[in-house]
Design a protein around this ligand. Structure first.
Ligand code: SF4
Ligand code: SF4
Ligand code: FES
Length: 485
């Protein structure tokens, strides 16, 4: 047995003005789950504590709560002293019990065909990854698109895709999914990462539904324009000036001994819009012993096409990019765009390793920069944090150069084709991000994705900098201080 102290959110909307956290200490068995702690509080201290559970074994989904801000199943999550247990971010009925009905009533039913029909083995296998939902609504509680639009949410999209694959269903689920907000998803991946059944809703449902919508001519006009631009120019943003690929040499040597050689996959935004961030990164890499090869034939990674379900041209882009780097014998390709990185890592099969700049600098180590007198906050790009699992590395780098203050990791609203296709939604999510930034009282916002950098800049009065730019500022300060000595 061991003693555990937790804080639990208590709230009765009938009489409390706001939720409050109460502290409880209970004795539970070693390895006890959060649900056991709640049972102990209920049985030994306060029988009025309200919480849901049924199976106790991760099968029914009824016990979902937030522990330290993360949605989990209380019956599966090991209890730790100091944890804060709160309801899911949904309307609260009492304490940890939330109202599930508004979301569950939107789940579409199967409309049976008149003639009997059974799915084939292949069809059953295709449906399987979408079928294991236990309706816990963890995904719904974290979806940013639902907070600013009428989007019916990730598990409705999962069910729409399931029905679209089921030959027993007779109606057009694609048209319905579009009406339910299919194109409002920002591809943030939050739903997938919190799902206790690990259902890959963005890739296995939303992108697939968007691809079916494309075949029916339902792709948003702005997304069609982007696809046309990629087909014509190989790039997803229009050319307005000399590109970064034209400005730089093919091989850039480091200032000191070579620690590693990388091929640099530049990406459309750094090539044509956020060039200074990429030039700053090149300086940081040179200073840290990285030899950079920049093949000029590289093209768009195809992320804007994959995320919006426009797959016709994608194999051409993949083939060209893979050949471009592989033909030079490059075995490690560097990305500094979170979207390109997640696409090359997760949507390509590459004969080379793909490494994000934060991973690379952490792996080979950096010369310590001078500390800047800045209070900074870091915005986690969804496609870096969730798409590539990179959260620790940028923080470790940044703590060497600024005082870091954390803010909640929420989507800025620029991904999934939302900035181009649904600008009002992108602006509403950008404003939400801007409000969080203001609350940190930081002097500067740092991020590691050109889309986030560009979008957040429009929604905060604080300067938004790339992590490479901040590291370079640290090196420049260090050089100035050395000259003055
Ligand atoms: S990927 Fe993000 S925006 Fe899209 S459904 Fe999932 S949580 Fe919502
Ligand atoms: S998709 Fe996953 S997170 Fe969403 S309701 Fe189903 S089981 Fe829960
Ligand atoms: S009690 Fe059924 S999933 Fe937790």
């Amino acid at each position: 047995m061991k003693e555990i102290t937790v804080k639990v959110s208590r709230f009765d909307p009938a009489c409390d003005p706001a939720p409050r956290l109460e502290t409880y200490t209970v004795r539970v068995n070693d390895g006890a789950r959060v649900l056991h702690v709640l049972h102990a509080i209920h049985d030994e201290i306060d029988p009025s504590l309200s919480y849901r559970y049924c199976c106790g074994s991760g099968q029914c989904g009824s016990c979902a709560v937030q522990v330290n801000g993360e949605p989990v199943l209380a019956c599966m999550e090991e209890a730790h002293t100091g944890s804060v247990i709160e309801p899911l971010n949904l309307p609260v009925k009492k304490d940890l019990v939330v109202d599930l009905m508004p979301a569950l009533q939107n789940l579409p039913p199967l409309q049976p065909k008149d003639a009997p029909c059974l799915p084939s083995k292949e069809q059953i296998d295709a449906i399987k990854p979408l079928r294991s939902c236990i309706e816990c609504l963890a995904c719904v509680s974290v979806c940013p698109a639902m907070t600013v639009t009428k989007f019916l949410g990730p598990t409705v999209m999962r069910e729409e895709m399931r029905l679209a694959l089921d030959p027993r269903n007779c109606d057009d689920r694609i048209a319905t999914a579009v009406q339910e907000g299919l194109f409002t998803c920002t591809s943030c991946q939050a739903c997938w990462k919190v799902c206790p059944k690990e259902i890959e809703i963005p890739g296995k449902a939303i992108e697939k539904l968007r691809a079916l919508a494309n075949r029916q001519g339902r792709t948003l006009p702005r997304h069609l324009e982007v696809a046309e631009l990629i087909r014509k120019t190989g790039r997803s943003v229009p050319r307005t000036a000399e590109s970064l690929l034209e400005k730089t040499g093919e091989v850039i040597e480091p200032y000191g001994p070579v620690k590693a050689t990388v091929g640099f996959f530049v990406g459309c935004m750094y090539n044509l819009r956020q060039q200074q961030s990429a030039l700053d990164a090149i300086e940081v890499l040179r200073r840290n012993g990285i030899r950079i090869i920049i093949p000029k034939e590289q093209v768009c990674c195809g992320s804007p096409l994959i995320r919006t379900g426009q797959l016709d041209y994608i194999d051409t882009l993949k083939k060209r990019n893979i050949e471009t780097f592989a033909s030079r014998g490059i075995d490690m390709v560097l990305t500094m765009c979170a979207g390109c990185g997640t696409t090359l890592k997760n949507d390509y099969r590459t004969p080379f390793t793909v490494i994000d700049i934060n991973e690379l600098l952490t792996k080979y180590g950096i010369e310590p920069p001078a500390k800047l007198p800045l209070r900074a906050t870091y915005h986690d790009p969804c496609h870096l944090m969730r798409g590539q699992g990179i959260r620790r590395e940028p923080r470790e780098l940044l703590r060497q150069v600024v005082d870091l203050v954390e803010m909640p990791a929420i989507c800025c609203g620029s991904g999934g084709g939302v900035r181009s296709g649904n600008p009002d939604e992108a602006a509403a999510l950008g404003k939400r991000r801007g409000d969080e930034i203001r609350r940190t009282k930081a002097d500067v916002v740092i991020t590691s994705c050109p889309f986030c950098e560009f979008h957040i800049s429009g929604h905060t009065d604080k300067p938004v900098r790339n992590i490479a730019t901040i590291l370079l500022e640290g090196y420049r300060k260090k050089d100035r201080e050395a000259e003055m000595r």
